[in-house]
Design a protein around this ligand. Structure first.
Ligand SMILES: O=P(O)(O)OC[C@H]1O[C@H](OP(=O)(O)OP(=O)(O)O)[C@H](O)[C@@H]1O
Ligand SMILES: O=c1cc[nH]c(=O)[nH]1
Length: 180
Protein backbone atom coordinates (compact mmCIF):
# COMPACT_ATOMS: atom_id res chain seq x y z
CA UNK A 1 0.00 0.00 0.00
CA UNK A 2 1.35 3.45 -0.90
CA UNK A 3 1.78 6.24 1.65
CA UNK A 4 -1.51 7.76 0.44
CA UNK A 5 -3.38 4.52 1.23
CA UNK A 6 -4.13 3.92 -2.45
CA UNK A 7 -2.73 1.23 -4.68
CA UNK A 8 -3.49 0.64 -8.36
CA UNK A 9 -4.32 -3.02 -9.00
CA UNK A 10 -5.07 -2.80 -12.73
CA UNK A 11 -4.59 -0.32 -15.54
CA UNK A 12 -6.52 -0.35 -18.80
CA UNK A 13 -4.09 -2.70 -20.55
CA UNK A 14 -4.14 -5.25 -17.77
CA UNK A 15 -7.93 -5.08 -17.54
CA UNK A 16 -8.24 -5.76 -21.27
CA UNK A 17 -5.88 -8.74 -20.95
CA UNK A 18 -7.83 -10.12 -18.01
CA UNK A 19 -11.20 -9.74 -19.74
CA UNK A 20 -9.78 -11.56 -22.78
CA UNK A 21 -8.53 -14.39 -20.58
CA UNK A 22 -11.86 -14.68 -18.74
CA UNK A 23 -13.70 -14.68 -22.09
CA UNK A 24 -11.45 -17.50 -23.29
CA UNK A 25 -12.19 -19.52 -20.12
CA UNK A 26 -15.91 -19.00 -20.70
CA UNK A 27 -15.49 -19.98 -24.36
CA UNK A 28 -13.80 -23.24 -23.34
CA UNK A 29 -16.51 -24.04 -20.79
CA UNK A 30 -19.31 -23.35 -23.29
CA UNK A 31 -17.77 -24.67 -26.49
CA UNK A 32 -20.36 -27.45 -26.77
CA UNK A 33 -23.34 -25.46 -25.53
CA UNK A 34 -23.00 -21.87 -26.67
CA UNK A 35 -26.60 -21.80 -27.92
CA UNK A 36 -27.85 -22.02 -24.35
CA UNK A 37 -25.54 -19.37 -22.86
CA UNK A 38 -26.80 -16.06 -21.50
CA UNK A 39 -24.65 -13.37 -19.84
CA UNK A 40 -26.39 -11.36 -17.12
CA UNK A 41 -24.58 -8.34 -15.70
CA UNK A 42 -25.34 -6.97 -12.25
CA UNK A 43 -25.86 -3.21 -12.06
CA UNK A 44 -23.90 -1.14 -12.50
CA UNK A 45 -20.49 -2.20 -13.72
CA UNK A 46 -21.30 -5.88 -14.11
CA UNK A 47 -23.52 -4.92 -17.05
CA UNK A 48 -20.63 -3.30 -18.93
CA UNK A 49 -18.28 -6.17 -18.11
CA UNK A 50 -20.88 -8.66 -19.43
CA UNK A 51 -21.14 -6.62 -22.65
CA UNK A 52 -17.36 -6.61 -23.04
CA UNK A 53 -17.20 -10.40 -22.60
CA UNK A 54 -19.99 -10.88 -25.15
CA UNK A 55 -18.20 -8.53 -27.57
CA UNK A 56 -14.92 -10.37 -27.11
CA UNK A 57 -16.60 -13.73 -27.81
CA UNK A 58 -18.19 -12.23 -30.92
CA UNK A 59 -14.71 -11.17 -32.11
CA UNK A 60 -12.83 -14.36 -31.27
CA UNK A 61 -15.53 -17.01 -31.84
CA UNK A 62 -18.25 -15.23 -33.83
CA UNK A 63 -20.63 -16.09 -31.00
CA UNK A 64 -23.67 -13.95 -30.36
CA UNK A 65 -24.34 -14.45 -26.65
CA UNK A 66 -27.28 -12.35 -25.43
CA UNK A 67 -26.66 -9.98 -22.51
CA UNK A 68 -29.19 -9.13 -19.81
CA UNK A 69 -28.99 -6.74 -16.88
CA UNK A 70 -30.18 -7.29 -13.36
CA UNK A 71 -30.79 -4.77 -10.62
CA UNK A 72 -30.66 -6.61 -7.32
CA UNK A 73 -31.45 -3.79 -4.89
CA UNK A 74 -35.00 -4.97 -4.12
CA UNK A 75 -33.61 -8.41 -3.24
CA UNK A 76 -30.83 -7.29 -0.90
CA UNK A 77 -31.01 -8.46 2.69
CA UNK A 78 -29.25 -5.29 3.86
CA UNK A 79 -30.77 -2.42 1.87
CA UNK A 80 -32.28 -0.74 4.93
CA UNK A 81 -28.73 -0.35 6.23
CA UNK A 82 -27.64 1.27 2.97
CA UNK A 83 -30.62 3.57 2.19
CA UNK A 84 -34.01 4.24 3.79
CA UNK A 85 -35.61 2.94 0.58
CA UNK A 86 -34.37 0.58 -2.15
CA UNK A 87 -33.02 2.37 -5.24
CA UNK A 88 -34.53 0.50 -8.19
CA UNK A 89 -32.83 0.57 -11.59
CA UNK A 90 -33.77 -1.32 -14.71
CA UNK A 91 -33.73 -5.08 -15.12
CA UNK A 92 -33.89 -6.54 -18.62
CA UNK A 93 -33.53 -10.22 -19.47
CA UNK A 94 -33.81 -10.46 -23.27
CA UNK A 95 -34.63 -14.19 -23.59
CA UNK A 96 -36.30 -16.89 -21.49
CA UNK A 97 -33.89 -18.22 -18.87
CA UNK A 98 -35.60 -21.63 -18.65
CA UNK A 99 -32.98 -24.33 -19.29
CA UNK A 100 -30.36 -21.70 -20.09
CA UNK A 101 -26.77 -21.65 -18.84
CA UNK A 102 -26.60 -18.25 -17.19
CA UNK A 103 -23.30 -16.53 -16.48
CA UNK A 104 -23.80 -13.81 -13.88
CA UNK A 105 -21.18 -11.06 -14.15
CA UNK A 106 -20.12 -8.55 -11.51
CA UNK A 107 -17.11 -6.34 -10.86
CA UNK A 108 -16.30 -7.24 -7.23
CA UNK A 109 -17.07 -10.31 -5.13
CA UNK A 110 -16.79 -9.57 -1.41
CA UNK A 111 -19.31 -10.84 1.18
CA UNK A 112 -21.37 -12.64 -1.48
CA UNK A 113 -24.61 -10.89 -0.47
CA UNK A 114 -25.00 -9.21 -3.86
CA UNK A 115 -24.75 -12.57 -5.62
CA UNK A 116 -27.20 -14.18 -3.23
CA UNK A 117 -29.65 -11.39 -4.04
CA UNK A 118 -28.90 -11.76 -7.77
CA UNK A 119 -29.81 -15.45 -7.61
CA UNK A 120 -33.16 -14.54 -6.00
CA UNK A 121 -33.77 -11.92 -8.68
CA UNK A 122 -32.78 -14.24 -11.51
CA UNK A 123 -34.90 -17.16 -10.34
CA UNK A 124 -37.98 -14.91 -10.49
CA UNK A 125 -37.56 -15.11 -14.28
CA UNK A 126 -37.55 -18.91 -14.54
CA UNK A 127 -35.43 -21.98 -13.97
CA UNK A 128 -31.98 -21.91 -15.55
CA UNK A 129 -30.13 -25.18 -16.12
CA UNK A 130 -26.97 -23.85 -14.51
CA UNK A 131 -25.76 -20.54 -13.13
CA UNK A 132 -22.08 -19.63 -13.25
CA UNK A 133 -20.42 -16.53 -11.83
CA UNK A 134 -17.74 -14.33 -13.41
CA UNK A 135 -16.12 -11.50 -11.41
CA UNK A 136 -13.29 -9.15 -12.24
CA UNK A 137 -12.04 -9.03 -8.61
CA UNK A 138 -12.44 -11.56 -5.81
CA UNK A 139 -11.38 -9.75 -2.64
CA UNK A 140 -12.29 -12.50 -0.14
CA UNK A 141 -14.19 -12.07 3.19
CA UNK A 142 -17.20 -14.14 2.15
CA UNK A 143 -20.18 -14.21 4.53
CA UNK A 144 -22.10 -16.75 2.43
CA UNK A 145 -21.03 -19.97 0.68
CA UNK A 146 -20.63 -18.41 -2.78
CA UNK A 147 -17.73 -18.76 -5.21
CA UNK A 148 -16.98 -17.65 -8.77
CA UNK A 149 -16.08 -19.95 -11.67
CA UNK A 150 -14.29 -17.20 -13.66
CA UNK A 151 -12.11 -14.76 -11.69
CA UNK A 152 -10.10 -11.91 -13.16
CA UNK A 153 -7.85 -11.38 -10.14
CA UNK A 154 -7.84 -12.54 -6.52
CA UNK A 155 -6.80 -9.68 -4.24
CA UNK A 156 -5.88 -10.02 -0.57
CA UNK A 157 -7.64 -7.25 1.33
CA UNK A 158 -8.41 -6.11 4.85
CA UNK A 159 -12.09 -5.73 5.81
CA UNK A 160 -11.83 -1.93 6.08
CA UNK A 161 -10.33 -1.50 2.62
CA UNK A 162 -12.32 -0.89 -0.57
CA UNK A 163 -11.80 -2.04 -4.14
CA UNK A 164 -12.92 0.54 -6.72
CA UNK A 165 -13.50 -0.74 -10.23
CA UNK A 166 -13.60 2.11 -12.75
CA UNK A 167 -14.85 1.48 -16.27
CA UNK A 168 -14.61 3.68 -19.36
CA UNK A 169 -18.38 3.47 -19.97
CA UNK A 170 -19.25 4.80 -16.49
CA UNK A 171 -16.17 6.48 -15.10
CA UNK A 172 -14.27 7.63 -18.19
CA UNK A 173 -11.33 5.25 -17.68
CA UNK A 174 -10.48 1.62 -16.97
CA UNK A 175 -8.71 1.15 -13.67
CA UNK A 176 -8.94 -0.85 -10.43
CA UNK A 177 -7.78 0.76 -7.20
CA UNK A 178 -7.54 -0.51 -3.62
CA UNK A 179 -7.95 2.14 -0.91
CA UNK A 180 -7.67 2.13 2.89
O1 LIG B 1 -20.13 -9.29 -2.30
P1 LIG B 1 -20.74 -8.03 -1.78
O2 LIG B 1 -20.35 -7.73 -0.36
O3 LIG B 1 -22.21 -7.95 -1.98
O4 LIG B 1 -20.08 -6.80 -2.56
C1 LIG B 1 -19.92 -6.77 -3.96
C2 LIG B 1 -20.82 -5.73 -4.58
O5 LIG B 1 -20.53 -4.44 -4.08
C3 LIG B 1 -20.48 -3.53 -5.16
O6 LIG B 1 -21.71 -3.02 -5.43
P2 LIG B 1 -22.32 -1.76 -4.67
O7 LIG B 1 -23.35 -2.23 -3.74
O8 LIG B 1 -21.19 -0.96 -4.09
O9 LIG B 1 -23.06 -1.01 -5.86
P3 LIG B 1 -22.50 -0.44 -7.25
O10 LIG B 1 -21.96 -1.60 -8.05
O11 LIG B 1 -23.71 0.14 -7.88
O12 LIG B 1 -21.44 0.56 -6.92
C4 LIG B 1 -19.97 -4.36 -6.30
O13 LIG B 1 -20.35 -3.78 -7.55
C5 LIG B 1 -20.62 -5.69 -6.08
O14 LIG B 1 -21.86 -5.77 -6.75
O1 LIG C 1 -14.33 -3.39 -1.82
C1 LIG C 1 -15.49 -3.47 -2.26
C2 LIG C 1 -16.52 -4.10 -1.54
C3 LIG C 1 -17.76 -4.16 -2.09
N1 LIG C 1 -17.96 -3.62 -3.28
C4 LIG C 1 -16.98 -3.02 -3.98
O2 LIG C 1 -17.21 -2.53 -5.10
N2 LIG C 1 -15.76 -2.95 -3.44
Amino acid sequence: MSAEGRVRLMDAGKMAEIISRMSEEIAEAFSGSVGSALLVGIHTRGVYLARRISQRLAETRSWDIPVGKLDINLYRDDWTRLHSYPVVRSTHIPVSIDNRDVILVDDVLYTGRTIRAALDGLLDFGRPRRVHLAVLIDRGHRELPICAQYIGQVVETLPGQHVHVLLEEVDGRDEVVLTD
